[in-house]
Write a protein that binds this ligand. Structure first.
Ligand code: ADP
Ligand code: MG
Length: 255
């Protein structure tokens, strides 16, 4: 479904290009949960932004990113707008980077639906309340009318997840979605993502710097180090028999 082929990403500064992702290749299949793990600065977010067409103007992407045979490195921003939030969605570490503080939670999710589907505002509102129930927000109808600052961090992340799955995407990219949350809420969100994956059959790219989360959610994993993929495979295999020194150190550093 998604095939990242020999992708390198560099940023221009002072006439020089600084390569931050170096010739990476991987596949994301149907219904798969792929974990991408690596320390801060290893190129995880830049890779996901490239898939979403959200890199800044000074970025240069080489290689190919095929999504259902469309090369995402070749399409216009206008074409991306039809895909983003619709066929490929994302959630980030900080929900407020995507939620508008001056609009109600429900309104923001309904706008996404109305942007991509030809349905009435009333029908969209009904769908949003169903989505809020699906992501296990308490008092879904009340939260519809609340502003982001009126709900907790975990609830905001649930609103973000509702927004991300609103249009039934084929791929959800979750970039450190639980890093800003405390441990119990983190576990709940992981469980929710697993349940939603089972139910909707979407594929998920779950990005984290925390290897232990990968074993909880992912089927396959790739390990990034300084812009390169140093290891990839089935989660059990990589955990049992890591071939790379960095991966070994990562696994051994866990209690
Ligand atoms: P992480 O694995 O922590 O998500 P990132 O993908 O955010 O790492 O960053 C990888 C590298 O790319 C870092 O060295 C970062 O400083 C650099 N980088 C990210 N965005 C930009 C940008 N817009 N311009 C220049 N360098 C960037
Ligand atoms: Mg990041």
């Amino acid at each position: 479904m998604l095939s990242v082929q020999n992708v390198s990403i560099s940023f221009k500064s002072n006439k020089h290009y600084n390569t931050v992702v170096n010739n990476i290749s991987f596949e994301l299949g149907n219904q798969q949960i792929l974990g991408i793990v690596g320390e801060s600065g290893s190129g995880k977010s830049v890779t996901s932004l490239a898939i979403l067409g959200l890199l800044s103007k000074n970025a240069n992407v080489e290689g190919n990113i095929l999504f259902n045979d469309v090369d995402l490195t070749k399409i216009s921003e206008k074409e991306f707008q039809k895909i983003r939030g619709n066929q490929i969605s994302m959630i980030f570490q900080e929900p407020m980077s995507s939620l508008n503080p001056s609009l109600t939670c429900g309104y923001q999710v309904s706008e996404i639906i109305l942007q991509h589907k030809k349905i009435s505002k009333t029908a969209a509102k009904k769908q949003v309340i169903e989505l809020f129930n699906k992501v296990k927000l308490p008092r879904a109808a009340a939260i519809y009318n609340q502003y982001p600052h009126q709900i907790s961090g975990g609830q905001k992340q649930r609103v973000m997840i509702a927004m991300a799955i609103a249009c039934k995407p084929q791929i959800l990219i979750a970039d450190e979605p639980t890093t800003a949350l405390d441990v119990t809420v983190q576990k709940e969100i992981i469980e929710l993502l697993k349940e939603l994956q089972q139910e909707t059959k979407m594929s998920i790219i779950f990005i984290t710097h925390d290897l232990s989360l990968v074993s909880e959610i992912a089927n396959t994993v790739l390990v990034m180090y300084k812009g390169e993929i140093v290891e990839q495979g089935l989660v059990e295999q990589v955990f049992k028999k890591p071939i790379n020194n960095y991966t070994r150190a990562l696994i051994n550093s866990k209690p």
